[in-house]
Ligand binder design. Structure first.
Ligand code: ADP
Ligand code: ADP
Length: 227
């Protein structure tokens, strides 16, 4: 699914990732944690091929992406959805239009759009807001729309970059339940977070990055007893 082998990425004098090897399987739910500057964004940008590694191999869905030709990058991007802390919805489009737009830009037919947008809005529990604009929605509702947009093209991987960072605790948990539900449908989820309580209670795999290296990778709490 996602396989890093000996991946290094440096920015002039800064280390982004330092000889990282890791395997994330189809259907996994993984938390990516670590202090600011550890390399989490670098890891995600490499998966999306927004940046290139200096060395090493990165495979996504069996395809080596480090040597991928430009014309194959759109297909890679379609296989990965992403949601951000700050939602990043288009303010002049309605909820329906925001989600439909994600299908239009990858040239899906209007028939497919008319079928899939209502389905995905229903899945994330926001059908009743289809004709609202983002600024008419609560933060939690906006994140649901962002999730709908990220999954509408059926990506195999959903990357969530601090998706609960702007939400109150109850709303954050509603979003976690939704991500869990999406994961149960088979979508691999990689979630970057600083929310210790969420990581602890979810009991999923935790990959800890520090100074560009993976220092821990197992199932359990954000911090282990001995830390
Ligand atoms: P976060 O901790 O939320 O991932 P960062 O502060 O690490 O955010 O990075 C925010 C953005 O700034 C990222 O796109 C990252 O690539 C970029 N960035 C981080 N550090 C530097 C730096 N030293 N010089 C230039 N850009 C940087
Ligand atoms: P995180 O997401 O865990 O905060 P990043 O991957 O953004 O960490 O950053 C890892 C390291 O790479 C940091 O030292 C950061 O300053 C550096 N870095 C990230 N992006 C850039 C950039 N565009 N230019 C220079 N240094 C960068």
């Amino acid at each position: 699914m996602i396989v890093f082998e000996n991946v290094t990425k440096t920015y002039k004098t800064n280390i982004g990732l330092d000889h990282v090897s890791v395997k994330i399987n189809k259907g996994d739910f993984v938390f990516l944690v670590g202090p600011s500057g550890a390399g989490k964004s670098t890891f995600i940008k490499l998966i999306l091929k927004e940046i290139d590694a200096d060395s090493g191999s990165i495979k996504v869905n069996g395809t080596e992406i480090t040597t991928l030709s430009n014309r194959k990058i759109p297909k890679l991007r379609r296989s990965t959805g992403i949601v951000f802390q700050d939602f990043r919805l288009l303010p002049k489009m309605t909820v329906y239009e925001n989600v439909a737009f994600a299908m239009e830009i990858v040239h899906m037919s209007s028939r497919a759009i008319r079928r899939q947008v209502p389905q995905v809005l229903s899945l994330v529990g926001i059908s009743n807001k289809a004709n609202k604009y983002p600024d008419e929605l609560s933060a939690g509702e906006q994140q649901r729309v962002a999730i709908a947009r990220a999954i509408v093209n059926n990506p195999t991987v959903l990357i969530a970059d601090e998706p609960t960072g702007n939400l109150d605790p109850d709303t954050a948990w509603e979003i976690m339940r939704l991500l869990e539900q999406i994961n149960l449908r088979g979508t691999t989820i990689v979630m970057v977070t600083h929310a210790k309580d969420i990581v602890d209670k979810m009991g999923k795999r935790v990959i800890v990055i520090e100074k560009g290296k993976i220092v821990r990778d197992d199932v359990g709490a954000y911090l282990k007893e001995e830390d």
